[in-house]
Design a protein around this ligand. Structure first.
Ligand SMILES: [Zn+2]
Length: 79
């Protein structure tokens, strides 16, 4: 039964599972970062600084906020 143990190591389905897992972990960490951004945006809403560029203090254009509601800077100062 040497073949079957070799098969296990090269099981294509096992590899797919590993890829899926790392992809899911990447998605999850991205979602966590997004949640932090949302928390920060909510905090700025409370402080009345939402929609104000952190760098120059100008108003972030509404069009930019529509695309990136969690944006902290104007387009000029976007990282
Ligand atoms: Zn700015």
């Amino acid at each position: 039964m040497e073949l079957s143990s070799t098969d296990d190591e090269h099981d294509p389905e096992g590899q797919t599972t590993a890829v899926d897992r790392s992809r899911t972990e990447a998605l999850l960490s991205g979602a966590e970062r997004h949640l932090e951004d949302l928390d920060a945006a909510e905090q700025r809403l409370k402080e009345g600084t939402y929609g104000v560029c952190e760098v120059c203090g100008c108003e972030i254009p509404r069009a930019r906020l529509a695309v990136r509601p969690t944006a902290r800077t104007c387009v000029d100062h976007a990282a």
